[in-house]
Design a protein around this ligand. Structure first.
Ligand code: AMP
Ligand code: MG
Length: 326
């Protein structure tokens, strides 16, 4: 009888001690930049973990306040209000993101162009509003990244025309995810996942196993087309289902062809895997605009970049590195 009791006590003690060794995971979901975000990471000190979560949330909101085109007092709005009249000196952070945007514009021969907003600002997908033909005709020539003059010497920006407007919606979320990963890494976090809308990045593992991130079916919200096992990578999906409305059978959505001022209808979704979220974000928007043929041609030339494209007819296409040799 006594020995049974001792065995039981020992067993319960073992259970308690093995639970206390189980890694402590922390997570939070929150709204920022008009989208749902999530942070999840392993950290043993729960109090410190709560502080880290607040740092990540604050960082996302800080970047939103800096780069939102919808906040009239953001640094980006200041550019849209003043940069056609005189050079505007901006923060290093915004200047560097404008330089990166310029790099992707050149790399994609203008498919990625933050001045898409010169026409793009006239779309309101919630209210089902879009520019009329006259507006498109008048403003599309204003979409030209070369009209955004960057002066590295004093970190100033000047627009070549008063009709140019810029919007960093195609790259800012990726930048925010990278900054948040940096914060976690600086505090010793080894295993983490951060997501902002279609942009995610993972470091380390999830309980000694790979992370799994799904790509949703572009026409069936509840369905995944693939669930990818991932490690140490950023993944970004651009889809025509994120912000859109349908009028007379035509889908108007938030990814704009700089050549036409109209929504791009070559693809349903483009997923990019890359080393950082900034790269993955800029390229997912870019490759969406380029379409599967030109897009895969470009991705196949870029080191450490992979693509999964669902084209306009729903067919899945991959970059060469993902195609199995058989
Ligand atoms: P994503 O979901 O990352 O593809 O970003 C889509 C967002 O990118 C849109 O909501 C716009 O803010 C922005 N965008 C749309 N068209 C372009 C374009 N051709 N080049 C750069 N950014 C764009
Ligand atoms: Mg993007």
């Amino acid at each position: 009888m006594t020995s049974l009791l001792i065995k039981r006590i020992l067993f319960i003690g073992l259970l308690i001690s093995s639970f206390s060794c189980v890694a402590k995971w922390h997570q939070k979901q929150f709204e920022v930049m008009g989208t749902l975000s999530k942070v999840e990471f392993e950290f043993n000190d729960s109090k410190q973990a709560d502080i880290l979560i607040e740092k990540v949330v604050a960082e996302m909101h800080r970047i939103d306040r800096l780069m939102s085109p919808y906040k009239s007092d953001s640094e980006l709005s200041k550019l849209n209000q003043q940069a056609s009249q005189h050079p505007v000196i901006i923060s290093n952070e915004l200047f560097e993101l404008l330089e990166k945007s310029d790099y992707y514009s050149r790399l994609t021969q203008g498919a990625f162009d933050i001045s898409f907003s010169s026409v793009g600002y006239l779309y309101d997908f919630r209210k089902h509003l879009r520019p009329d033909d006259l507006q498109i005709k008048a403003l599309t020539p204003q979409i030209n990244y070369q009209g955004i003059r960057l002066n590295k010497a004093n970190k100033s920006v000047k627009f070549s025309s008063d009709k140019i407007k810029i919007d960093l919606g195609g790259i800012a979320k990726g930048h925010a995810v990278d900054r948040c990963i940096e914060i976690l890494q600086k505090h010793g976090v080894k295993n983490a996942f951060i997501n902002a809308g279609g942009d995610s990045r993972v470091i380390g593992k999830k309980n000694d196993r790979l992370w799994y991130i799904g790509i949703r079916h572009p026409r069936d919200e509840g369905k995944l087309i693939v669930n990818l096992p991932l490690e140490q990578v950023a993944i970004s999906t651009s889809g025509d289902y994120e912000r859109f409305f349908i009028e007379d059978g035509i889908r108007y959505h938030h990814i704009i062809d700089p050549k036409t001022g109209d929504s791009v209808r070559n693809s349903q979704s483009v997923t990019i895997l890359a080393n950082t979220s900034t790269i993955a974000d800029a390229l997912s928007t870019s490759i969406f605009v380029l379409g599967s043929e030109k897009g895969l041609e470009l991705v196949n030339k870029l080191p450490n970049v992979s693509a999964i494209i669902i084209n306009e007819s729903g067919k899945m296409l991959y970059s060469d590195d993902l195609v199995s040799p058989n």
